[in-house]
Design a protein around this ligand. Structure first.
Ligand SMILES: [Fe+2]
Ligand SMILES: [Fe+2]
Length: 179
């Protein structure tokens, strides 16, 4: 008598789970190209680190009549970009890769730029440009992953939503400052 497919499915699942146990969370059912995903995530990590550095610089350099509330916004964004960097690095490790924190080549790996800006308005504009670059690159990564790696995709979707909030905050600040 042939086995019911459901039972043999479970057996297959169990056998597959035992093979390559050293791969941890990465099972044979993982559909994405792992090396490419790690490479993309390392570019995103570089982008987030550059954004942390730029927001920190802007936080410390913000001065003028409207500086206090704008500086607080810069600081909040810096902390949120740091949280993004941490989440991305953790996911890279989960995928069996190594997060690239090397300062060498950081700006080349990053999608967004590091522009210091002379005035408060210049700083906000540069941050807005960087957020808009991040938004487009995260949207592309999400589309690339599709259903091949839902966990990474969900993480990137969460980050994307926050970058959109950042961009919205910054354009609000520009409006308040009449620029
Ligand atoms: Fe971010
Ligand atoms: Fe952001």
């Amino acid at each position: 008598m042939p086995e019911k497919p459901f039972l043999s499915d479970i057996r297959t699942l169990r056998e597959r789970a035992r093979r390559h146990i050293e791969n941890g969370a990465i099972t044979e059912g993982y559909k994405a190209d792992r090396a490419t995903v790690v490479k993309i995530l390392n570019e995103a990590l570089a982008t987030e680190i550059v954004c942390v550095l730029r927001y920190k610089r802007h936080f410390y350099m913000a001065s003028g009549i409207n500086a206090e509330s704008v500086a607080q916004e810069f600081l909040q964004h810096a902390n949120e970009e740091q949280a993004h960097a941490d989440a991305i690095a953790a996911r890279i490790v989960q995928l069996g890769g190594a997060p690239d924190f090397s300062p060498e080549g950081l700006l080349t790996r990053s999608h967004a730029e590091y522009v210091e800006g002379d005035t408060l308005v210049d700083m906000i504009k540069e941050d807005l440009v960087a957020e808009r670059i991040a938004i487009d690159s995260y949207r592309e990564m999400v589309a690339y992953l599709g259903t091949d790696d839902p966990t990474t995709r969900r993480m990137l979707e969460g980050i994307l939503a926050m970058e959109e909030e950042h961009a919205d905050d910054l354009s609000g600040l520009l409006e308040e400052l009449g620029s």
